[in-house]
Design a protein. Structure first.
Length: 99
């Protein structure tokens, strides 16, 4: 694997992570979860468990959770995308060598 390929994978993974975190914080699931009673109870439990005080620290905790979720998901997506693109490239090159 070349340095350029690794660099492109890192850029795609970070871009997907940022996009997924932005979506998680603004559209779904964080706002939907915080609208329910169970979600608010879980949020309050996490605040007391981690000894956090105030809205700012709670928001930072939610951002950190969203970033971890987004990073794991985008890493898997990038790996699957790389594998799929390799298969397509291999199929195209084997087809062109046969003709």
């Amino acid at each position: 694997m070349t340095v350029l390929t690794t660099f492109i994978k890192v850029i795609i993974t970070l871009a997907l992570t940022i996009l997924m975190t932005k979506c998680a914080m603004n559209t779904w699931p964080i706002p939907v979860i915080l609208r329910t009673d169970q979600g608010l109870l879980a949020y309050a439990w996490l605040l007391t468990l981690l000894d956090l005080e105030g809205i700012e620290e709670g928001e930072e905790m939610l951002i950190a959770i969203s970033l971890c979720m987004g990073l794991a998901t985008s890493t898997v997506v990038c790996a699957l995308l790389t594998k799929g693109l390799r298969k397509i490239k291999h199929a195209l090159t084997s087809r062109s060598t046969r003709q």
